[in-house]
Structure formats: structure tokens, C-alpha cells
Design a binder for this molecule. Sequence first.
Ligand code: NAD
Length: 467
Amino acid sequence: GTGLRIGIIGAGSAVFSMKIVSDLCKFPSLSDSHVVLMDVDRTRVENVLVLAKELTKYFNAKLKFSIVETIKNAVEGSDFVINTALAGGHGYLDLVRSIGEKHGYYRGIDAQNFNFVSDYLNLTNWNQLTLFLKIARTIEKYAPNAWYLQAANPVMEGTTLVSTQTGIKMVGFCHGHHAVEAIAKFLGVSEYEWQVGGVNHGIWLTKFRTKDGKDLYKEVEKALQKTRYEEFKPSNPFDDQLSPVAWEMYKLYGLFPIGDTVRNSTWKYHRDLQTKIKWYGAPWGGADSEIGWKWYVEELSRVVGVIDMFAKMVREGAKINELKTGTQIDDYLKEILSEKISGEQHVPFINSVVSKVPGRFVVNVLNKGKIKNLEDDVAVEICATVCGEKFEYEETHIPERVVNWYLKPRILLAKQAIDAFLNKDVRLIADILERDPRTKSTEQVEKLIAELYTVVRQEAEKVEQQE
Ligand code: NAD
């Protein structure tokens, strides 16, 4: 093995941490790594520790674990630092959303054209952005050769912020591109080549063809003609890859939107609950309606409860492969215990970097000319083959329609959000709100800012004080 030290910040995110640990067990070159867990929630991280140790035994791996209290301790001596923390938790997201709604901003002020994902706040999450920068600066100081892997959202703003403000090695990861598989399955194709490109949660199917080079967009076009997508019935709030919104976006922009890109459309699909239900399907109206998001947050807290129970059972001597709930969590556990790797890219990426085994990844990195018609100083999401520290980016062509009507406005919002955050300037937030279709008066904006940014500043200050 390579004897790596891997720090995970926000390691109490049990689903994520267990996938990472399970993947580490499955790569012989990484299965003697030292995994350092850091979280502000002691109970959650201790539960993860108990389950992670048991998982390691199950796979006969040699992973070592420790819990540390501070970011510095998670970083110092590490070769890789993974950040999956959500500063303030879902409670904070709900709080800022409710203050927004109180002042007339349905789904909160962060809900904007091309940015509706409910845990992807960029205007009010000064705490989360503060945490990203704090981790990055700690890496710069105490582990300047370490890689920073960003899993926590907002990945686009986070990667842009860290990569422009510090000199550390960084990649942002998302698993959204797996949604290509849903399209292929729908079309009935099993062998195909694909490529995506754009920005995080704003990625587009830039290549889709058979192994012998036939363009599969022809099949997409045929499906468009004969599919009655208006009758789409989602199986859960996140089942939107083949929703009417996806097809409408395809018709307007000319490429198929992939993964959470479908959630990031315009107000046309998000104006109110009824509109969301019409476009994303009943009964939820997609993941980002008040109903869909409630479903998700309840699901998450159920998982936290189950993890708590599992950890208790393991402490009392149960084996990890004996744990059962009779719910969907069993499928998830089965997957973790199978030989398959999780679909999260972090561990395969680490393997490609340290073992120099070439691997194809979808990465978030500063553009710097990779996508020709987009700005240089912003993080794009793009396909790359990684081997050692060498990245070979795929030539990615995105049509002007997608660039001018979708990506550029989204990128501008990211840059404005980062500017407002770096300068802690609420006048810039007000300026964004003056262009917001929900704003009826300047007085409304002023009242909102006075109440909301008191909270925003307080929470950012807490993270600033964190060790
Ligand atoms: P969560 O509330 O469960 O938070 C994860 C952990 O972060 C918790 O254990 C919490 O205690 C910890 N934490 C909070 N503040 C911290 C701090 N200041 N320092 C250290 N740890 C801290 O949230 P979640 O639903 O698991 O989501 C975690 C993040 O991952 C979110 O940003 C979410 O948007 C993101 N996410 C990313 C992807 C992806 O593919 N990149 C997919 C899903 C979710």
C-alpha cells in the first residue's frame, strides 16, 4: 500500500463517509491508508468511526482511523483532504430560506435563475464559503502539497473561490454525470460513449454516440418526437432526468441537460408550487419545491437515525452484514458491502494520482481556456483523464446557445456571489435583488437584508472562530 493520510472534514456525513471508506477498502494500493475524521458533531463522527472500523474488518483491509477535533489536525500531514461539511447544517439552510420567504422571496433569495438546488446556496452561505477558505488556507500553510477535494456544495463557487484565492491543488467533484445512464437506459442503448461539459449543476451532454461513432442524439430526437413526456410520473422528487423540463431545455438550448442541471432551469418552471408540479411532476414538483425538499430532509434525518441505531448494534457486537431496517437503507448498505465501487469519484481519483493508473473523471477546475468560449477565472466541470498529477482535458465544445443563454448568466451569478462574500458587501446582494422578479420595492429589499444578513454575518463569524 501507499500509506496515505486522508483527512475528511464533515466526516459525520455518514452516507458519504461510508462510501469513501468502502471504496478505500476496495483499492489494494489504498487499503492501508490512515483516515482522519473531523466533524463538529461528536456523536455523528463517533458513529461513523464505529461503522468504518467494522467495514474495514469486513473487507479484510488495513485502514486505520482517528478522530481529530480541529481543521488543522485533519490537514497537517495529510496527502488528501476531502471536504463534505455543511456549515450550519440543514437547519441553517431552512432558516435563511424562511427569512427570505417572510419577505416575499419564494424558496429564499438564493433561489435564482439557473440556481434552484436547495442545498446550493451562494448568496447567504457566507459560513460555508468561510469554511472552504479556512480549510484551503490551512492546507496552504500546513500541507502545501496536499490535494483538496471539494464534495460540499456549492462546488462551482467553492472551487472558483479557493482556486482564485489560494495556490493549493484542488478539484471539485459531483456525481451528477451518472444521470447520462438514465438517458441511455431510456433509449435502450447499453454501449455508448459520452462526454459532459459546462459548470457544476450546469452540465450538458456534449458527446453521445455508439462505440463505432454513430451519433446517439438522433435517437434522442426520435424519442422527443414520440415520447409523451407531459405524462411523466416521477418515482421520487429527484427523478427528473426525463421530466418535461429536461426535454424543454433540450429543445431550447440544443443539448441535453444532465443531472442537477435539470433542477437549474429558469423561473418558468419554478415560479410557484403549482408550476413546479406541472413541470417536474406530481406530487412533489421536483426536489426543490417545499414538498420535495421536505421529503429529502426527512429522508436525511431518517438516515442519521438509522446510522445511530446501526452504530449501537455494532457496539453491542452485531456484524455489519447483519444490519437491516426493511427500508431503502438496506439497498444502500448492500451496495457498500458489495465489490462494486460507489460511483463517487474521490477514491478512484486518489488512486489515479498516487498509483498512476489512468482514470477518466468529471472534474471541477478553473477554466483557463479549457472551454474556449467561457471565462478563464471560473470553475468549469469537464471530462479529464488523470494519471499521476497530470490531467488531460478532453476537448469540449459547447454551442453558443448554451453558453450565452445558460452558462454565462450562471457564471455571472457565481462571480457576483463571490464578490459580495469576499467584500462582505450587502449592497451587492441588494443589487442582485433589485433585478429579482420577486422584488416589489426597495423597502422590501432593505428590510430583508437587515434581518437576513444579521444572521448570515453571525454564522460566518462562528466559522471564522472555529479551530
Ligand atoms: P450534513 O448536514 O449531514 O453535513 C455533513 C456534516 O458536516 C455533518 O456531520 C456536520 O456535523 C458537519 N459540519 C457542519 N459544520 C461543520 C464545520 N464547521 N466543520 C466540520 N464539520 C462540520 O449535510 P449533507 O446533506 O451530508 O451534505 C453535505 C454537503 O455535501 C452539502 O454541502 C451538500 O450540498 C453536499 N453534497 C454534495 C454532493 C456531491 O456530489 N458533490 C452530493 C450530495 C450532497
